[in-house]
Design a protein around this ligand. Structure first.
Ligand SMILES: [Fe+2]
Length: 190
């Protein structure tokens, strides 16, 4: 597989599955991904973080759980499935913020009460399923992980990327960032 084949596959994934509702919010998965990537680009984030923003919820597109799984007490662990998918192709500058974006919410809730108070209701429901705010030990462990500050940054854009009918650049604009960042396209059993 070439990098451009991977880009096409990711584009297809969004086209096939991106119209599903984003976890109880009023935007679709595709709208949420585009808004998150647009925020990263507006903040002059490096390309790796723009791609991480675009793909941070790719795990939601890879599974068959219903959109309202958190309301039913099910945590889909989408950050782990997304990370496992992406680590085949990208280095840590892309994959770590994806892997950490749920723990980043737990981090921010522990250190910033104002952040916790502004979370949307679906986000608060999933926080409880994800383990609640971090303990002091977990906070210091989190600060030892690579790209932890980028993970917090991505999380804040993630939380903002839920605006109904917001205009963004199209998917193709952000897919163009992917190709130069692909470090491996070794075919794994499909
Ligand atoms: Fe998200």
């Amino acid at each position: 597989m070439t990098p451009s084949t991977l880009v096409s596959r990711i584009g297809e994934l969004f086209k096939l599955r991106g119209n599903s509702e984003y976890g109880g919010e009023s935007v679709t998965q595709l709208e949420h991904a585009l808004q998150c990537a647009a925020l990263a680009e507006q903040h002059q984030a490096p390309p790796e973080l723009i791609v991480a923003a675009l793909l941070h919820d790719v795990g939601h597109l890879l599974h068959e759980l219903p959109d309202d799984a958190p309301d039913q007490g099910v945590d889909d662990h989408h950050e782990k499935s997304g990370y496992r998918y992406l680590e085949k192709y990208f280095d840590q500058a892309v994959t770590e913020p994806v892997r950490q974006h749920v723990d980043a919410k737990r981090y921010l809730c522990a250190v910033d009460p104002e952040y916790a108070a502004q979370l949307s209701e679906p986000s608060q429901v999933s926080l409880a399923l994800q383990g609640g705010p971090m303990s002091a030990t977990e906070l210091s462990e989190f600060r030892q992980t690579p790209f932890w500050q980028e993970s917090l940054q991505l999380r804040k854009w993630d939380d903002q990327a839920k605006v109904v009918d917001l205009a963004t650049p199209p998917l193709e604009h952000f897919l163009a960032f992917i190709d130069p960042l692909v470090v491996s396209t070794d075919e794994v059993a499909q």
